[in-house]
Design a binder for this molecule. Structure first.
Ligand SMILES: *Cc1c(COP(=O)(O)O)cnc(C)c1O
Length: 387
């Protein structure tokens, strides 16, 4: 590695938009049809094929996708949706948007995903849905999740925003299940810059989702138009769809590259003695059933043992040219959710992990030497700052 390369700033994420994607965008812009049209339909067809022929509709972003999923499931005022506090805040905000109440339960500190025992304990007569999140791409125990849903007659809205190409028992997330929502936001494993898709079982629900994404408009013939139920403006443009389609073609190599980098991380973490310093590594996999797409590689720092807390570690890493992120602080402690009655001490595992979690650089263009540099920098920084 050259001296310049060694000193170049390493961000924690970087999209891999190649010449093909750029050329496809140019073609759409020159075509005379630039908003939702043939490319959006082609992207939906390709996604449907990926998910075993299930019904797929695309949306402007992953948040809109989840909002539509809630509406399709008829979830609204008076209803409760059980979810995790360790997620992007959109997961809970969309529940609020449709007028329902998010009920947060604690996480399993090993997987950092929602604890399914806690889900079962939180079910009330008002519970209508479970909204699990597959943090960094690691699925929950899908057999157990759907057993709970069946037993209590609940819908499952999977926030699979981070989980494209993750698997359960070898089957892709999205290839089975109830309502499964993905995001193609810029940081996700494949991106359309902004975008999302919902995978569904029922053709009626797919049609309703399609109407809700464009004002609820129903067209008949050349001139007929009606609205039975008002919708929003949530359609994905052909410009975005062209990028998504181009990225989707590389899904296998993206997932494989991320798995290689994760293996390198585990090797370098051992060489740098990260576990001995009290830094928690992610689960390599949850048993033999769940495989992650390595959307992120996240460690948990012992925040209470660090001079200056997690922020001090992140700043020191940045000064040494390594970008890091926080995904996520426990969202039940945000001011709005506190105003609904949520407090410290209610979800102790989520609160501890929300204080200590750090996302390390992970994107396909990284090299093994970058991973070595991240682990060495983290180890040296922690040795210096830990009390
Ligand atoms: C990215 C993400 C979303 C939202 O997706 P957008 O496309 O940014 O609206 C929701 N939940 C999780 C867990 C995410 O990572």
């Amino acid at each position: 590695m050259t001296a310049t390369a060694a000193q170049a700033f390493l961000p924690f994420v970087k999209p891999n938009i190649d010449a093909d994607a750029i050329a496809e965008v140019g073609k759409v812009l020159a075509s005379g049809w630039i908003t939702s049209g043939p490319k959006m339909h082609a992207f939906e067809a390709a996604l449907s094929e990926l998910f075993g022929g299930r019904h797929v509709r695309t949306f402007a972003n992953g948040s809109a996708t989840m909002e539509i999923a809630l509406r399709v499931a008829n979830i609204g005022p008076g209803d409760e949706v059980i979810t995790t506090p360790i997620t992007w805040v959109a997961t809970a905000n969309v529940v609020i948007t449709v007028g329902a109440r998010p009920v947060f339960v604690d996480i399993d500190p090993r997987t950092r995903n929602i604890n399914l025992d806690a889900v079962e304990a939180a079910i009330t007569p008002r519970t209508r849905a479970i909204m699990p999140v597959y943090l960094s791409g690691l699925p929950v125990d899908m057999d157990r999740l759907y057993a709970i849903a069946r037993k209590h007659d609940l819908r499952v809205i999977e926030d699979a925003a981070q989980a494209i190409d993750s698997r359960w028992r070898g089957q892709r997330i999205g290839a089975f299940g109830d309502l499964v929502s993905f995001s193609f936001q810029a940081n996700k494993n494949i991106t359309s810059v902004e975008g999302g898709c919902l995978v569904m079982n029922s053709p009626e629900e797919a049609e309703r989702a399609e109407r809700l994404r464009l004002q609820g408009v129903i067209r008949t013939g050349m001139d007929g138009m009606d609205v039975e139920e008002p919708g929003g403006k949530f359609n994905l443009t052909d410009v975005n769809a062209a990028i998504g389609l181009s990225q989707l073609a590389h899904l296998d190599s993206i997932t494989a590259r991320r798995a290689e980098l994760a293996e390198t991380y585990f090797r370098c973490a051992a060489d740098s003695g990260l576990a001995e310093l009290g830094i928690e590594l992610p689960l390599p996999r949850d048993g033999d059933l769940a495989t992650t797409n390595w959307h992120m590689f996240q460690v948990v720092l012992p925040a209470e043992r660090i001079e200056g807390g997690r922020n001090a570690v992140m700043e020191a890493m940045r000064e040494r040219g390594v970008g890091t992120g926080v995904h996520y602080p426990a969202l039940h402690l945000f001011s709005y959710y506190r105003s609904l009655g949520w407090r410290e001490g209610m979800l102790p595992h989520a609160e501890r992990i929300g204080r200590g979690i750090v996302t390390l650089p992970m994107f396909p263009a990284m090299q093994a030497a970058d991973v070595e540099r991240v682990c060495a920098t983290l180890s040296e920084t922690c040795k210096r700052l830990f009390k």
